[in-house]
Design a protein. Structure first.
Length: 119
């Protein structure tokens, strides 16, 4: 059996277009959020807590920020998961690192969302 060409057997999880496309879509969402945040930030007014709270006060901005936080977590997960799959060979260590990464990302996203909805 050959190990190259069109008859190659690809074994493993998450190969292909879906992860590539997810990385691009989440990157575009984060770039759009950055542009919206810059536009809102550059509006006139004294810089302080009240200004920051006013930026995130509208419901549409909270929703956009929420989507961006989820996008960032998923973007990071796909990237870090690929690093663990490519460079960490022992299966047990790779699984432990993936679980740690998931727990860390969910914790960070949860904390960010909690801060967001307090404003």
């Amino acid at each position: 059996m050959s190990t190259f060409g069109s008859k190659r057997l690809v074994v493993g999880a998450h190969y292909g277009l879906r992860d590539w496309l997810a990385q691009r879509i989440t990157a575009v969402l984060m770039a759009l959020f950055t542009l919206v945040l810059l536009a809102r930030f550059l509006m006139p007014g004294e810089l302080g807590y009240d200004h920051w709270a006013a930026i995130f006060a509208p419901q549409w901005m909270k929703l956009l920020t929420f989507v961006t936080i989820i996008s960032l977590a998923y973007h990071a997960w796909v990237g870090v998961r690929d690093i663990w799959m490519d460079y960490v060979q022992p299966v047990g260590l790779r699984l432990a690192l993936q679980v740690f990464t998931l727990v860390w990302l969910v914790g960070c996203a949860g904390w960010a969302i909690q801060v967001l909805w307090r404003i």
